[in-house]
Design a protein around this ligand. Structure first.
Ligand SMILES: [Cu+2]
Length: 304
């Protein structure tokens, strides 16, 4: 029985490896494309959506590739274990096998069920580390944006485009226009040029928040007293939504993120108007943290 079982284990590994092979082959082809290369791509959750949001840039495409690889490995392992269980239940049922074997050790099979999982983990670890280092730093960034998480709004600064800074808050439900998304559309979106490598430096003013935009493949904690780096690139124009995804206090829901990717000329025009409209980031006249009305009311109601 054990000789048979270990033969089966090797057969299972062979199946698993060939599945991994085909999953890697798929990686060579472009993946994670968005439906229609329209001028206004949308990165937002959809009702009954399954799986990851479509990719709007290279970082998210790499996330998709890694997710596909791990998914196929999970499918192979699950199918193999289920088949093995079914085989044992059927073949060694009491009616055909009344006196079970009393064997308690088999060196070969014990080595196999130790080494094979290790190999599977190595197969997962290599692309996993590659992805982490790919997301880690912006090489040859075209612009830098400072993102600061605050209780409870986002504070954005453009240090190399005139060093202006502004706050971003959601549009209250009662003021939403028909094309605006509840708890996602904000008053002052983060504007970026299409195709530019955007370096993001995150800090936290008060507690830990997290800057998370699924369709651009970016997620970074904003930690008080630390500066973390990551990057993203939108390879098409559009609106890409995200949210703070680190529970940061009573108005955590009040921190949606809206990234507006526009053509370079449009971005320059926006920068020119933003320099006039917003305060200098380090002038000492940066907007004072004024809590929006709902937040103020909720805070006042809290027991102290
Ligand atoms: Cu939060």
């Amino acid at each position: 029985m054990f000789a048979k079982a270990s033969g089966l284990a090797y057969a299972g590994l062979f199946v698993a490896l060939s599945v991994i092979g085909s999953a890697s082959a798929q990686n060579a082809a472009p993946s994670g494309g968005l439906v229609g290369e329209t001028h206004s791509s949308l990165g937002a959750p959809t009702p009954w959506g399954i799986g990851l949001q479509p990719a709007a840039g290279p970082v998210k495409e790499a996330v998709h590739d890694f997710n596909t690889l791990v998914l196929w490995i999970i499918i192979a392992i699950t199918a193999f274990v289920m088949a093995l269980l079914g085989w044992v239940v059927f073949k060694y049922r009491e009616s055909v096998n009344p006196t079970p074997s009393r064997t308690s050790h088999n060196t070969m099979i014990e080595i196999a069920w130790t080494v094979i999982p290790v190999l599977i983990l190595v197969v997962i670890a290599i692309p996993s580390f590659r992805l982490i280092y790919y997301q880690d730093r912006a090489r040859d960034a075209d612009l830098t944006i400072n993102v600061q998480g605050r209780q409870w709004y986002w504070h954005y600064a453009y240090p190399d485009n005139g060093n202006f800074a502004f706050d971003s808050r959601p549009i209250p439900t009662e003021d939403l226009k028909s094309d605006q998304l509840r708890n996602l559309t904000v008053d002052e979106p983060l504007v970026i040029p299409v195709g530019a490598t955007v370096r993001v430096l995150t800090t936290g003013q008060d507690v830990i928040h997290s800057f998370f935009v699924p369709s651009l493949g970016v997620q970074k904690y904003t930690i008080p007293g630390r500066t973390l780096e990551t990057w993203f690139k939108a390879d098409r124009a559009g609106t890409f939504y995200g949210q703070c995804n680190q529970i940061c206090g009573t108005n955590h829901w009040f921190m949606p993120i809206q990234v507006q990717a526009v053509p370079a000329a449009e971005f320059q025009a926006w920068v020119a108007s933003a320099q006039k409209k917003y305060a200098k980031a380090d002038s000492g006249e940066a907007p004072v943290a004024v809590l929006p009305a709902p937040a103020t009311q909720q805070l006042a109601a809290l027991p102290r």
